[in-house]
Design a protein around this ligand. Structure first.
Ligand code: DGT
Ligand code: MG
Length: 595
């Protein structure tokens, strides 16, 4: 298991840095490339200024052109050379940004997926699927964008600004100060903008998750939509989410438009200041024509970073909102995990299961669901659990593989409390066929061999036979190679249940848990399944939730639950004697008034 002990870092940038492991030096080279590229931007105005002063406007321009023509060529050649160099540097650094950002994306995406696999049931009932999908897609893309674009733009803007400012100050510090004096004002404006736009990006990100959730739920529930002819309603629902997202997007864009005119005016003011002040300086002879050309050729290097600030801040806030969501998942810890001194138990269990005064309540529930449950299932026994709907049967069996933790009491397998066992070893030994059958988009064979893909075809067939699925599978055009769609589309409810039973059996579990697994199969098929379960070629303790007396009758122990309490417990004969709930149920199911 990967380390689960990562600390939540102080900030998002530290987190990004952590995930750049192995690529940090390369990224640094990329940043240096950006700085270099922007410094090289200065070469053109510098050389143009020189050419103007020496060969076009200076006193000795004509003489210079004749005598120092080679210098003119050298200057021109240098301009072309530096331009090529700049292209190479920018190309290289772009490659680096892309490489590093993709590597961060890959690493974080895999890590998040790994995290998702290890989360417990409570996590999955807390987060919506659409929201989790958004974290894995849109949010992660904002993180990639930060590494590939935002950082580059920040470095570019600052280095360009700084390089130009230094060049200006070096060339003519008085004129430079006149031009630069307005720039701090822009930073203040950007700060105000940031405060306004940050909450908008957080809201925008939520709206995107809501829209994705809406789409995801609609796609997974398409059959219900069709059955109730609710297409129009669903379209309207999505339209609302889409409008909401679009409106919030627009509103976020509009925030910048409020600040944009001020920033743009300031940026446009700079050439005006340069023209006015520079003109005066030239008249007074404090500035050469060449220097003026260099200034005006570079004034964009001061103005553009200012214009770019709004964009950068917008993207940074998008990253900020998205990375918060990604990091929440990145550092989330399942509550149920291996204890520090968890016991390894790679070998099979004998299969003795003890519930010792177990009570349970869902974290988000108001009332306890199970109360003081105590019973023992001995190795190889079958324990049937019955009771009306909602009485806590599924909740009870979910405690055995530690999907949830009991609030009181203890569950032991072979005398070892389940919480002391390594989760992997515990779950690997439990074959579970859940109440809601979920099959994967795979072949029938792939689905049966899901828990142990090393099993051979003849074994897949054997387990299909155990679960009375072999007949209908062999009648399918492609047999075991038939592809079943997402969630087992293309199969009947009873067929899906039987494949899910075969899948649970295929791992040869020491404990088999069946949650209403034969509810959708006919009586005759169910009888076959019961027979096979008694004749399994490996020892196995079975906990079977069922409603039909035909299933529970032969169990070694029948537990009748009512409102989370054990109402009755015993064999079929004992419970019949007792003439309680079970007895009434038998009467009801057999249609006989007196037994
Ligand atoms: P069934 O399958 O309809 O025959 O019913 P059972 O007996 O399997 O009932 P079960 O264990 O699923 O539910 C027992 C109670 O717990 C019921 O009132 C619903 C509630 N419950 C079930 N799952 C959750 C959950 O994830 N969170 C919360 N808060 N309550 C739950
Ligand atoms: Mg249930």
């Amino acid at each position: 298991m990967k380390s689960n002990t990562k600390q939540f870092p102080k900030n998002k940038i530290a987190w990004l840095w952590e995930n750049m492991e192995g690529k940090r030096a390369l990224y640094f080279v990329g940043i240096l490339g950006t700085v270099l590229y922007n410094i090289l931007q200065l070469t053109i105005p510098y050389f143009s200024g020189k050419i103007v002063d020496l060969f076009l406007t200076g006193e000795n321009a004509a003489t210079n052109l004749q005598v120092h023509r080679d210098l003119l060529y050298r200057l021109l050649f240098a301009m072309v050379g530096f331009t090529f160099l700049r292209v190479i540097v920018v190309y290289g650094s772009c490659m680096i940004y892309e490489t590093v950002s993709q590597s961060v994306l890959y690493r974080v995406r895999n890590y998040l997926y790994d995290k998702l696999q290890r989360q417990d049931m409570t996590f999955y009932s807390t987060y919506r699927t659409g929201d989790l999908m958004t974290r894995q897609t849109g949010d992660l893309d904002a993180v990639r964008h930060m590494v590939a674009w935002v950082v580059r733009m920040v470095v570019e803007s600052f280095s360009l600004f700084a390089a130009a400012a230094v060049f200006f100050l070096y060339t003519n510090w008085k004129l430079a100060l006149c031009v630069l004096v307005i720039s701090p004002f822009v930073f203040w404006i950007i700060y105000l903008f940031r405060n306004r736009v940050a909450p908008m990006h957080a809201a925008l990100r939520e709206k995107l998750a809501q829209m994705n959730t809406c789409a995801q739920e609609n796609i997974s529930g398409n059959r219900v939509v069709k059955a109730f002819a609710r297409e129009d309603y669903e379209i309207e629902k999505f339209d609302r989410a889409n409008t909401d997202y679009a409106e919030t997007n627009k509103a976020t864009g509009m925030v910048w438009l409020k600040f944009f005119p001020i920033v743009e005016s300031i940026a446009n003011l700079m050439p005006v200041v340069l023209l006015a002040v520079g003109g005066v300086f030239m008249i007074r002879g404090q500035l050469t024509m060449g220097d003026y050309v260099a200034f005006s050729g570079l004034i964009w290097a001061i103005a553009n970073p200012m214009r770019q600030m709004g964009n950068i801040m917008n993207e940074f806030q998008r990253f900020s909102a998205a990375s918060k969501k990604v990091m929440e998942l990145y550092y989330s810890e399942p509550k149920i995990r291996d204890e520090e001194n968890a016991v390894s138990h790679p070998e099979r269990f004998e299969g003795k299961i003890e519930f010792d005064n177990v009570s349970f309540q869902y974290e988000d529930g108001d009332l306890p669901v199970l109360h003081n449950i105590s019973f023992t299932a001995h190795p190889n026994e079958t324990v049937a659990i019955m009771g009306e709907t909602g009485c806590g049967k599924t909740s009870l069996i979910n405690l055995i593989p530690r999907f949830y933790e009991p609030t009181e009491g203890q569950i032991r397998i072979d005398g070892i409390p389940v919480e002391q066992l390594k989760l992997y070893d515990l779950r690997k030994q439990i074959g579970l066929a859940t109440q809601d059958v979920l099959l994967y988009s795979d072949t029938i064979e792939g689905n049966i061999a899901y828990g142990d893909d090393s099993i051979k075809m003849n074994e897949v067939v054997k387990f299909a036979r155990y679960s009375a699925a072999a007949d209908f599978i062999s009648k399918m055009p492609e047999g075991y190679d038939t592809l079943v769609g997402e969630r087992g589309v293309g199969l009947s409810g009873g067929q899906k249940q039987r494949i899910s039973l075969a899948r649970a059996l295929a791992i040869r579990p020491s404990v088999l848990i069946l949650d209403d697994t034969t509810s959708a199969v006919d009586m005759e098929t169910e009888k076959q399944i019961q027979q096979s379960l008694r004749e399994l070629d490996f020892p196995c303790t079975k906990i079977v939730i069922a409603q039909r007396i035909s299933t529970t009758k032969t169990a070694d122990k029948i537990i009748v639950l009512q409102n989370g309490y054990i109402e009755e417990m015993g064999t079929h004969e004992e419970l019949m004697e007792k003439k309680g709930y079970y007895y009434e149920l038998v009467k009801l199911q057999t249609g006989v008034d007196e037994l």
